[in-house]
Design a protein around this ligand. Structure first.
Ligand SMILES: NC(=O)c1ccc[n+]([C@@H]2O[C@H](COP(=O)([O-])OP(=O)(O)OC[C@H]3O[C@@H](n4cnc5c(N)ncnc54)[C@H](OP(=O)(O)O)[C@@H]3O)[C@@H](O)[C@H]2O)c1
Length: 219
């Protein structure tokens, strides 16, 4: 499985205009060509993942609006299964897999999700085990490429479990600030450099509205 973190960030690494806010406001700074780049990338992967909070704040469709019938399967990890049943990923026609844990298993909520024609997997005890999840996604759904669009809490778990092969950042030339704001990677963090996850720069390209930055995992 090839896993790519794909994010729109500010110079100071923030993902939104403040915790609890939708990141959609940032998207007004991109041109239609920039938006097309994001959507076409979605068309080239088989799975797309965001954390449950992103569903609550942004209510995204996570589809490719520039090419017909080239939408990745949406994958949403959650321990609480508290995803509104009228959210776009549960109420449109597209495929969605909600992933929870043994601890979060709630047969009533799982039934409600399945009644909407969406899938629900249990993977891990307390937190979703992404290594095992990727194995299941490959074996049972044929997904060999996964794009992770955040937010910061999900990204932490994805990096911490060492499954990121590539990072693509569209860095807007703005500073947002705020010590409680969501950043590219939140969670516990590492206090020792030897634990930091290491990547090499493979591309830096100034664009009209942002800087495109690509990194690959150091093997
Ligand atoms: N600029 C961008 O590119 C971009 C992209 C995406 C999101 N965002 C922004 O990011 C913000 C949300 O970020 P966030 O850090 O608060 O939340 P998040 O990462 O979107 O979602 C966190 C939630 O996802 C679930 N989750 C994550 N990892 C899990 C694991 N290993 N096992 C089980 N469940 C897991 C948990 O749900 P439960 O609580 O149910 O356990 C957790 O509380 C929003 O403001 C959104 O607009 C920005």
């Amino acid at each position: 499985m090839k896993t790519t973190i794909f994010s729109q960030i500010s110079i100071d690494g923030k993902l939104t205009m403040g915790a609890g806010n939708s990141s959609k406001e940032l998207f007004s700074l991109f041109s239609s060509e920039d938006m097309e780049f994001i959507h076409l990338f979605r068309g080239n992967v088989q799975g797309i993942m965001v954390g449950k909070n992103t569903i609550l704040t942004d209510n995204p469709f996570l589809t490719n609006r520039y090419e017909e019938n080239k939408n990745p399967i949406r994958i949403i990890p959650t321990t609480t299964l508290d995803i509104p049943l009228d959210s776009n990923v549960l109420s449109d026609e597209g495929r969605t897999i909600i992933v929870t844990t043994e601890k979060g298993r709630d047969e009533y909520k799982i039934k409600q999700i399945r009644e909407r024609g969406k899938e629900c997997l249990i993977c891990g005890e307390d937190k979703v085990d992404f290594v095992e999840l990727e194995r299941q996604l490959e074996d049972n759904f044929g997904i060999t490429s996964l794009m992770v669009e955040g937010g910061g809490f999900l990204n932490w778990h994805i990096f911490d479990q060492d499954i990121v092969d590539e990072i693509i950042l569209m860095q807007l030339p703005i500073i947002i600030g705020g010590s409680t704001n969501i950043t590219l990677v939140d969670g516990d963090g590492y206090q020792q450099l030897c634990f930091a996850k290491k990547f090499k720069v493979v591309e830096i390209q100034p664009k009209d509205n942002y800087t495109l930055m690509r990194y690959k995992k150091v093997i």
